[in-house]
Design a protein around this ligand. Sequence first.
Ligand code: SAM
Length: 349
Amino acid sequence: MAAVKVLPLRLPPLPSIKDVIRLYKLRALRELSQNFLMEPRLIDKIVRAAGDIQNHVVCEVGPGPGGITRSIIHRAPRKVVLIEKDPRFVPSLELLADACKGKVDVDIITGDVLKTDLAHFIPSDVKTDWHDPPPPVNLIGNLPFSVSTILIIRWLEMMSRREGPWSFGRTRMTLTFQKEVAERMAAQLMDKQRCRLSVMCQSWCTVNYKFDIPGSAFVPKPNVDVGVVTLTPLKYPLVKQPFKMVEKVIRQIFNMRQKYSIRGAQTLFPEEVREEMALRMYKMADIDPITRPFQIANTEFARICDAYSEIIKKYPEFEHYDYRAPKNKNPDPQPEEADMETDFVVNKM
Ligand code: SAM
């Protein structure tokens, strides 16, 4: 018989999440991407994916009625920081905070995760050096689909500057995404899912696709499945250039994903010099111009970004060139519809 693992912290009896939802009349709001996980086994699986969180500071995004929060608290973290936009959940989260009073500190923040400075709620004594093992801080969340891709891009940028939760070291994340987005984040070279999100994530993090959760496990049921992903910041990020520059280079190269990658790279430069500059950039980076975007490795993208940076040092007038800006005469042909990379924000539900 398999040994039953005793969790470090027991809570007094609490109503089930289903009862909490009924008790507090917490009808799911579509505009806040509310899809609740009811199944304790799946909830525990997400929290287990974060590894050992005992004595850690755990920030949970969108706790909702608190299913994942309970599982986190059972593992005896030092502190839990909950960021929830919908104030209707506060009473049920306070119930949990009371249940673990004196054992786990719980901060409940009613607000938008995109506008919340998480670092403010993390005690300074957890700080580690970037090259040390990750600090005892974890970001966990069954993310609202409506903000998940915006949030991960924002967090990658903060990570690249070692700001916010990354001012404490290489803070790890365990997050859910629409399955298709999770697959893109983890997509390797030659994978048909590979896109700019793959390269952006993998340039700064080790991305692990952990497992799927079927849409049927959520209430209400979304019409997509979900992927659970862990991200651990790299000790040595693959790219050295500033985030916005890297984002621009990678976006333009993936803009025409079915064509030779140099076609997209050309759009980094004004029409008159486009072919010459892109070729020069590829030569400096030692990349074959006839590779397609999904055939370019992360380290090769890093070399393209270095070459682009060198070019704009020499020709600063190209730095703010924007291919997408409205043109008054002779408009460039836009990339073919079918070639356009679907934008990061995929409306899932
Ligand atoms: N954690 C709960 C669970 O797994 O059952 C709920 C997850 S539900 C997919 C997403 C949660 O994020 C909801 O509680 C929603 O109110 C909250 N939310 C939506 N947008 C948010 C935002 N911008 N900032 C913080 N929370 C947000």
